[in-house]
Design a binder for this molecule. Structure first.
Ligand SMILES: C[S@@+](CC[C@H](N)C(=O)[O-])C[C@H]1O[C@@H](n2cnc3c(N)ncnc32)[C@H](O)[C@@H]1O
Length: 428
């Protein structure tokens, strides 16, 4: 395969949409085939197509009578890549069309070259015509219908705002390793490197950058002075509030962002145990600990059972539960197509099982912080509401702005953060 970027983007999007692979896994495989700046363009094209998929599919349906199928299917994605460039990038039209059409050859679709050229030129001719055809919400908002319905139901006032926030390119947040620098001292290093900070979150001290930068440009990144972590995720360790001498469990820990943050904030713990059911992902916890010069006991284990447990109860537990990921769609737009409505009930049951099991590992008086990067009430406030009804020895600590709320639901782009949920529980 030659390194025609459009062809690589088409291959990647085909793998995600038709084969159900994750964008985070597929994109690096294609990026390996190109150099430097082209990696960025490839990323922009793949993320763009996945973000705007329903709308681009609609455009194609207007232009091609019979959809491309079978071995030609990858060419359908090449056309989507072409239309995305014409609608949403500043690449000159002639270059976008020319490069996209050239992508047919490495995809072994040379016989479709003229057709692809015709479709893209046809699109360009009609691009500025205003249509008064009403579009379904799934196309207008570029989300699956089942998800739109759930968001409309959960957030009758805010659903459009949420869907619009999910379409944005995510900002970059930093977590300063306070073992190595104060946040102020690190901000000076950023200023010296001409990296602008647009705000600091008051509670967690997370820094929001004005513009995303390459990690290589971040002062001291490889020496563990700083990590990349969304502002919402940085609330976890602060809310958990571990104290010196305590025994802490992070029971769904990989890739370890929150484990490391807990250790950065409280260096005098008695012990920190990080478990994850996925051994490969657990290796990333170890990489992160080692980059930051931290240590924890890492165990590959199922948080829904206690087969891995040494019998010592914990003072505090972070349960960053496996979830739908619907709060981080702006970072992972493929979630919209990989998640199915039926997954949600399964996830809710899994969360319930893990919650029940780890509750039994908590000392009386101990704290459990339940977290998800979901915005679906089923996984969040409804999950905790039911837990409080079933578990008489659990009480809720108020961490939300409003006393009536069960837990703290952060919506996507609220104060620049990802969508996240936290509930803090105390064992009586
Ligand atoms: C939301 S991610 C955790 C992110 C992590 N806390 C961080 O901040 O980097 C959820 C994790 O739960 C893990 N997981 C799923 N089911 C599990 C189970 N039964 N026991 C333990 N870990 C599980 C997944 O492998 C995944 O790594």
């Amino acid at each position: 395969m030659s390194s025609n970027i459009r062809a690589l983007a088409a291959k990647c999007c085909f793998q995600v949409v038709e084969k159900g692979r994750s964008l985070a896994d597929e994109l690096p495989k294609q990026q390996e085939k190109v150099e430097g700046k082209d990696k960025g363009l490839l990323q922009e094209l793949c993320y763009g197509v996945i973000r705007y998929l329903p709308e681009l599919e609609y455009d194609v349906r207007e232009l091609i009578a019979k959809p491309l199928t079978g071995k030609q299917r990858v060419a359908h994605f090449l056309i989507l890549v072409g239309i995305y460039q014409l609608k949403y990038t500043r690449i000159p039209d002639h270059a976008a069309v020319g490069e996209t059409v050239n992508g047919a050859k490495p995809l072994k679709q040379l016989h479709l070259k003229a057709m692809i050229n015709g479709v893209l030129r046809n699109f360009l001719r009609n691009k500025d015509k205003v249509s008064d055809k009403p579009l379904p919400d799934a196309i207008k908002f570029n989300h699956p219908s089942w998800f739109i319905k759930k968001i409309q139901h959960g957030y009758p006032e805010d659903w459009q705002k949420i869907l619009t926030a999910n379409m944005q390119k995510p900002p970059m947040w930093l977590r300063v390793n306070q073992h190595k620098n104060t946040v102020d001292a690190y901000q000076e290093k950023l200023a010296a490197a001409e990296i602008a900070v647009s705000k600091q979150d008051e509670f967690s001290k997370a820094l929001l950058l004005t513009r995303a930068v390459d990690v290589n440009k971040l002062p001291g990144f490889f020496d563990g002075e700083v990590s990349i972590q969304d502002g919402a995720a940085q609330q976890a360790a602060v809310l958990l509030n571990s104290q010196a001498g305590e025994n802490i469990l992070d029971c769904c820990a990989a890739p370890g962002g929150k484990t490391c943050h807990i250790l950065e904030l409280q260096p005098k713990l008695k012990a920190m145990t990080a478990i994850d059911v996925d051994e490969e992902r657990l290796a990333r916890v170890e990489d992160n600990l080692s980059r930051l010069g931290l240590s924890a006991k890492t165990i590959a284990g199922d948080a829904g059972s206690d087969s891995w447990w040494d019998g010592q109860q914990f003072d505090r537990i972070l349960l960053d539960a496996p979830c739908s990921g619907t709060g981080v769609i702006r970072r992972h737009p493929d979630i919209k197509w990989l998640r199915k409505a039926s997954d949600i009930d399964t996830l809710v049951i899994l969360q319930q099982q893990i919650l029940k099991n780890v509750w039994s590992l908590l000392k009386p008086g101990g704290t459990l912080l339940y977290a998800t990067c979901s915005i679906l009430p089923q996984e969040n406030k409804e999950q905790i509401q039911r837990f409080l009804l079933d578990q008489q020895d659990a009480s809720l600590v108020n961490i939300a702005q409003s006393q009536q709320e069960i837990g703290w639901q952060i919506l996507p782009d609220e104060q620049g953060m990802d969508g996240f949920y936290y509930a803090k529980l105390i064992k009586k």
